[in-house]
Design a binder for this molecule. Structure first.
Ligand SMILES: C[S@@+](CC[C@H](N)C(=O)[O-])C[C@H]1O[C@@H](n2cnc3c(N)ncnc32)[C@H](O)[C@@H]1O
Length: 493
């Protein structure tokens, strides 16, 4: 499988001190066979080798065919895709250590995606298309352990809350004699798309599945503290037992709902030529276009400036000469000289008629703008998506934004606010961060499918109000995610 490249977000290296603490915590014994399933630049490989493990006892692979600086320390195969390899190899290991790639399964190369979806630990621990590569790596690794073997994985905070990970989260202690979870408040990686805390999961003593055992857990404040705890022979003292393995951070006890069951998302109107169809107020006046020839519109992420997009808010954008008019002449307006002239200008080259979206329209100038949406959101911005409720009749959006409609058309105001608020809860934000696709300049893109698949907690809608929603959105707009999340988290049932 050489030639398949993985996104840069998947190749963040484990800091050497963390790698060393992880393998120390896992422990070595004479003759133990080690596996590193995604060697990368060899951070964990060097740590294993430093324990005194001989080259012949370390097996490593990586999909990246480029030789790494430490490959000589083990038997390293490059250009090998782990999930397919795991299904066919007869090798078994005493120790597996990994910092697997974090990437949504639906974004994987089709061959890897298919290997991921064929991976399963058990009939009820399967990999689903809404899952993530790290989860597939973890399940596959468990199948490769010898009896009594142990593994240590560096995981995203999603281990604690992701719905797709729930089957293993609930049952992992059934496959091992002891499971330890170490969670840092701060992220271990300084990568753009890893902003939550991280988790080091150690599972010791692989055994046939039996009744769930217990899982112990330690919360640590920083990466330094994590390193100290993991590397300390007294690490057991920092761990506390979870009553059972079903709850990770307690979040699973909350009622949750797939966002896609609550809202529908549509792209805003596709104009085919924004320079022709989108107008500022001064341009509209200059052209003498009547009000009946234009529709108020939001056309940029920066237009989402408020929790409730009222007429007054939109007028502020209009008065600052943002492009907030969409050229949508009615039959009546088309009789006016100004509209006739603008259409004629469009036909003569003012509008890009060769654009596919325009050339395939029945009438090149007739746009089908969604006019009855409930809210707007931006799928591409430096912050995470949130709902700006539409309070101005006829206001629509172009396709740089998404329009949102509540699935249940009979929702009262409080329930609508609660849905908006649920998207700001910390668990929703964590999922959104993981699902976002990183673009240049810190931009994060969410396709509608990325948004609809997140699980949002059910909020106590009786106590939410426009006032608190406004407060939360004001915090978001100032870049203060923490405050916004803590406001929203207060309403989780
Ligand atoms: C997060 S990096 C970790 C690298 C290294 N193990 C460390 O801890 O520093 C993940 C590595 O997984 C590799 N990788 C991604 N998908 C893979 C796959 N399906 N099979 C094998 N390796 C993969 C990437 O090339 C990258 O080197």
């Amino acid at each position: 499988m050489s030639g398949i490249s993985v996104p840069s977000s998947c190749v963040v290296q484990t800091p050497p001190a963390v790698a060393s603490a992880m393998v120390t915590a896992l422990g070595q014994f004479e003759g133990a066979r080690w596996l590193e399933p995604c060697v990368g630049q060899g951070s964990l490989l060097r740590a294993v080798s430093s324990l005194g493990v001989s080259r012949s006892d370390i097996v490593g692979l990586d999909i990246d065919s480029m030789q790494g600086p430490s490959d000589h320390l083990g038997q390293i195969s490059r250009g090998v895709e782990f999930l397919s390899w795991a299904r066919s190899t007869s090798q078994r290991f005493d120790r597996i250590v990994a910092n697997p790639p974090y990437i949504a399964i639906e974004r994987l190369h089709p061959e890897i995606k298919s290997a991921a979806l064929s991976t399963a630990l058990d009939h009820d621990v399967q990999i689903t298309a809404n899952g993530n590569a790290w989860y597939a790596f973890l399940c596959a690794a468990i199948t490769l352990l010898k009896p009594n073997g142990s593994l240590c994985f560096l995981l995203p905070a999603a281990w604690d809350f992701a719905n797709y990970a729930a089957p293993l989260r609930r049952s992992i202690s059934a496959y091992f004699s002891a499971v330890e979870i170490y969670r840092t408040k701060d992220p271990i990686f300084r990568a753009e798309d890893v902003q939550d805390g991280s988790i080091v999961l150690i599972a010791r003593g692989r055994r046939q599945r039996q009744a769930n055992g217990t899982t112990s857990r330690a919360e640590v404040a920083s990466t330094d503290e994590l390193i100290n705890v993991l590397a300390s022979p007294d690490r057991g003292e920092t761990l506390h037992l979870q009553s059972d393995a079903t709850t990770a951070s307690g979040e699973d006890s909350h009622q949750r709902c797939r966002l896609g069951d609550l809202i529908a998302i549509r792209l805003g109107v596709v104009t085919g030529d924004t320079s022709y169809f989108l107008l500022t107020e001064s341009r509209r006046r200059e052209l003498g276009l009547p009000r009946s020839s234009v529709t108020p519109v939001l056309s940029r992420a920066r237009h989402l400036v408020t929790s409730r997009m009222t007429k007054a808010q939109w007028e502020k954008l209009r008065n600052s000469d943002e492009r907030v008019w969409l050229f949508t002449p009615t039959a009546q307006a088309m009789k006016t000289p100004a509209v006739k002239a603008y259409l004629s200008y469009g036909r003569k080259g003012g509008c890009n008629m060769t654009n596919h979206k325009i050339s395939t329209r029945r009438s090149w100038h007739k746009l089908s703008a969604p006019t009855n949406c409930d809210a707007f959101l931006s799928g591409m911005s430096t912050s995470l998506p949130w709902l700006s409720f539409r309070e101005m009749a006829a206001l629509t959006a172009t396709n740089t934004l998404y329009t949102v409609k509540f699935v249940d058309r009979d929702l009262d105001e409080k329930r609508k606010i609660a849905i908006g608020m649920s998207m700001i809860t910390s668990s929703a934000r964590n999922q959104l961060r993981h699902r976002g696709r990183s673009y240049a300049a810190g931009l994060l893109k969410h396709e509608p499918c990325d948004l609809l698949e997140i699980e949002v907690p059910t909020l106590d809608y009786n106590t939410v109000s426009w006032g608190v929603y406004r407060e939360a959105i004001a915090a978001l707009l100032k870049g203060d995610e923490k405050t916004a999340q803590s406001i929203a988290d207060r309403y989780i049932k």
